[in-house]
Ligand binder design. Sequence first.
Ligand SMILES: *Cc1c(COP(=O)(O)O)cnc(C)c1O
Length: 408
Amino acid sequence: MSTETQTETWNDRFGASLMRSLTPPKIMLERGQGCRVWDVDGNEYLDFLAGIAVNSLGHAHPALVEAISDQAAKLVHVSNYFATPPQLELAERLKRISGAGDAGRVYFGNSGAEANEAAFKLARLNRGADGRKTRILALQQAFHGRTMGALALTGKPALQEDFLPMIPGVEHIETSIEALERSIDDTVAALILEPIKGEAGVVDLPEGFLQAARTLTETHGALLILDEIQTGIGRTGAWFAFQNTGVTPDAITVAKGIAGGFPIGALVTFGAASDLFSAGQHGSTFGGNPLGTRVANAVLAEIERAGLVENAVVKGERIRAGITALGSDLVEEVRGSGLLVGVGLRLPVAAAVSAAALDRGLIINAPNESSLRIAPPLIVSDDEIDEFLAILAQSMAAVAGADQETTA
Ligand SMILES: *Cc1c(COP(=O)(O)O)cnc(C)c1O
């Protein structure tokens, strides 16, 4: 009784005060530890979404807690009129782990969308000698964020409709080498794409697409910009997904997992693209603040120390093999790479499976009606994966059973 009253109370308060742009959540969380979180009623959940590929080290990791506490007592914010040691360290670290090296440069913002806004402006600066390069190519079904520039890049008309007109110059093409060949010419400033389309349901690019994109953009003097916001920071079994492909981009955008939940985003440029921005052309009050950059340094150092990029490969394999071994009729295919896993379902019941899992103490999500997304913290253990597989099996069986009852 008291529990019910409490639940109604927070639901009511949410409904009364939060902007309607958010879908009301089903549970209210209070604390976390490792790969687990607890709601306000004390119920425990296994977290296989990690705040949408954000909590790289899980919850309440000592390295994260120490970095936040120590830096908060030193310096939280100073504006970009001043440099700080963690800011320089993070820029140098990102150049190293991305392979951008000495010729690379880093811009810091506070979110994924802001990283992509910076990438959009980078594309605008790549005008060509005669100023003809005004087109930006992006992919249908792509997701690049919710601010107006990032939304213009996003290939989902349903998300754009209410906010027209979009910023001009962006064209969304089919994800095929043929479509890219047809669309690209010397008037294209940039091609931006996700190495794996996360919000579309963890959808891999077609074989050879990224290699063809590199060749074609190079031929036509267009930048190849990779949105690694969801795929980066070890998630796909390399620091960045492009490193699994042999392709070198002109720029990448990074956010989500970089500081384990602390909001920070970055644009990293490679080679000649590093010379496009000049003084005064872009900035952000909070961007690159000492707290965010210190936390990111701590998270990246811990990922390196604990071998979590390699762990993503091994644990990703266990998840993939485990899902296949369940032998569920519901599962059509398993997609993605490392610990970014998409499960394609044969029926449009992903939301029901995700809800059934939540009822059984497991957090996963359904980016669309026939896809499940699984993205646990990079510290996930074999035991936690086995527990996840058992709950997933029960949840799919419950939904498949219910579906059979309704069709019978
Ligand atoms: C989440 C995401 C974004 C947007 O990041 P925000 O921090 O929500 O602004 C952009 N691109 C991709 C691929 C993402 O997954």
